[in-house]
Design a protein around this ligand. Structure first.
Ligand SMILES: C[S@@+](CC[C@H](N)C(=O)[O-])C[C@H]1O[C@@H](n2cnc3c(N)ncnc32)[C@H](O)[C@@H]1O
Length: 333
């Protein structure tokens, strides 16, 4: 499980929330496992790469700097990220396209247009900037609104508060168990329902009180973080986006193209691991079949047998990197 939220946000110091221009560069977000990402993208170095979660542009910037022939499409669903990317990637304007979209939709467009990708990168989750800007409602700081929508005020989808105020108890319980891996998920769901009968959930303080009522002791930052993370994943339907995007990106890659994913939550990493393994098997028939009736060949191969992890030095410098898991798959040539 990830404690990507709140814990050691990795140097996001700028931007006060009321500041209309977001901070730039590492002050927006410190990119994770940059060296490993750049090395993994070497086979795509003279082609078109989709950075599906471009955020503050750290990975995009490193790729464009290292590979002078690489062209890049920087995608993010967050409008504020677009402003940061425009600034950060301006030295490479002739090789960069910026697109505000969900990465699964962007991937589908490339596939539909028949514009093959040499590489695709997903660095899942949220940026330090999103956590630090309290008004965005990704944080458990008491005064923050319970929002957590990456598209901000797009009017689409439920906010965290709307989920807490409207979902049936059983669904809240599932959310807290599955996405937040909260061992007291049932008690928390019950506490949420009991509390909203008196007053609706509006600010993080309201959810923090519900949490405190079931823990009956000061709730640790780590415990709050996992509940807020689960809510955020639900608000933004992040698992759905990943499930949709993986096969679409695979199909949008040119032969020999590379798909690289950094994940920070066990369910996301499992999704990526299973997909990459399945695509790398030559036969996916059930064992009881005597003769192969499936596609009969691997679609590509795992670039690393074992999952990549950040070095101790990187985690010491940027604690939020510690839950990162890096997997790379290469499409058959
Ligand atoms: C961990 S940050 C990426 C940081 C980036 N790699 C960098 O170097 O600055 C994740 C980013 O992905 C974006 N994001 C998350 N899910 C997305 C989705 N389904 N489609 C597009 N962007 C998404 C978030 O808004 C956030 O900016």
């Amino acid at each position: 499980m990830d404690e990507q939220q709140e814990s050691g946000s990795g140097g996001s110091g700028g931007g006060t929330g009321s500041d209309p221009t977001p901070p730039a560069g590492d002050a927006y977000h410190v990119p994770v496992m940059v060296h490993e990402v750049v090395e993994a993208m070497e086979p795509a170095s003279d082609g078109l790469v989709l950075d599906g979660t471009a955020g503050g542009g750290g990975h995009s910037h490193a790729l464009l700097t290292r590979y002078p022939s690489l062209r890049l499409v920087a995608v993010d669903r967050d409008p504020e990220a677009m402003a940061a990317l425009r600034l950060r990637l301006s030295p490479f304007a002739d090789r960069v396209r910026l697109v505000q979209a969900r990465f699964d939709d962007a991937a589908q467009e490339f596939l539909d247009r028949g514009e093959p990708l040499s590489g695709a990168l997903l660095d899942l989750g949220i940026s330090s900037r999103q956590i630090d800007a309290s008004e965005r409602g990704f944080t458990f700081r008491d005064d923050a609104p319970l929002d957590a929508r990456m598209e901000m005020d797009s009017g689409e989808g439920l906010t965290a508060a709307e989920i807490l105020n409207s979902w049936p108890e059983e669904e809240l319980q599932l959310l807290f168990w599955r996405l937040a891996e909260e061992p007291r998920g049932r008690a928390l769901a019950r506490a949420v329902v009991a509390r909203r009968e008196k007053a609706p959930f509006v600010r993080a303080a309201d959810l923090n009180e519900a949490l405190a009522s079931i823990y009956r002791r000061p709730v640790r930052a780590k415990e709050k973080a996992r509940v807020y993370q689960g809510l955020r994943i639900q608000v933004n339907r992040e698992l759905e986006a990943l499930e949709n995007a993986l096969p679409t990106l695979r199909d949008a890659l040119r032969p020999g193209g590379v798909l690289a994913v950094l994940s920070y939550h066990s369910l996301e990493d499992r999704e990526v691991k299973n997909a990459f393994r399945e695509w790398s098997r030559s036969c996916v028939c059930p064992p009881e079949l005597l003769r192969c009736q499936c596609r009969g060949h691997a679609l590509g191969s795992l670039v690393n047998r074992s999952v990549g992890r950040p070095s101790e030095a990187e985690v010491a410098a940027n604690p939020r990197a510690r839950s990162a898991r890096f997997r790379v798959w290469r499409k058959a040539a």
